[in-house]
Design a protein around this ligand. Sequence first.
Ligand SMILES: [Zn+2]
Length: 313
Amino acid sequence: MAAHSDYALPFRIEGQNVNGRVVKLNALASEVLLRHDYPDAVNRLLGEALVLAAMLGTMLKFDGRFILQLQGSGPISMLMADYTPEENGLGGLRGFAQFDEAALAAALKAGAPPMALLGDKAHMAFTVDQGADMERYQGIVPLEGDTLADAALGYFERSEQIGTALKLAAAPLLLPGGKTEWRAGGIVVQQMAATGGVVDIETPPEGDPERVDDDWNRLEILLQTTEDSELLDSDVSGEALAYRLFHEDGVRVFEPRALSFACPCTRQRVLNMLAGLSETDRAEMQAQDNVEVRCEFCNENYVFAPDEAFSAV
Ligand SMILES: [Zn+2]
């Protein structure tokens, strides 16, 4: 397999029942973010959200779609990133955000940390969708902390109670000639739990509980030594980073999961969605010259004549 610039690299720390991932989004961060025309603060947050979605989506017990959603009443009202496993062994990523530009600029000027941009009573939802006939799993927690990494850790503390440590980073890379590309990356280590949760797990940590705690604390401390540059620099591979941090603990890396941009929207899916609208909404849209629907994830604009848009009804 050719080396991919965008991937989730699974690793395991032998003897400690700890799983991990390094996620690197090099070309892909730009591919998703530059599809939209968002301010840097939104791109940063969405870049980190894509990394988190890829991390957790590739740690699922089953192949399913993993949706990360932040919602609030702040300058950023909604942010979504999702990961979909694809038939060829790839993982598809996409995302979008909704925000009020003026309110966002004011909040940034006042020095608001990233999570404060979603407002006071914001929450974070993790959804696992395994397809039409399967049960959806959803976990929702209030947004806590200043950063998306803090918020994700809050989630694991509250709902999963699985020891988790992670770092996320996203940043613009200014190229000669004034062009901007984006890079995003992250690393997570997670204790394997006996049951439940969104992670793939078999057995609880073995041995003396105190020693397990000491070992775990050590891994957390090591993980915190990860520099943003190690997550963002395309010259630092996920494997090199995993070995740099955990070689003394017996880290073993597995085949990376290549990631790419994917949006499954199609004309037909949009038509199906239109067919599900209420009478009132339909009447309103039918009165217009054209029915236009924009996919928020990929920015594709679907235009229908009114009789085509509702012919399936
Ligand atoms: Zn789309």
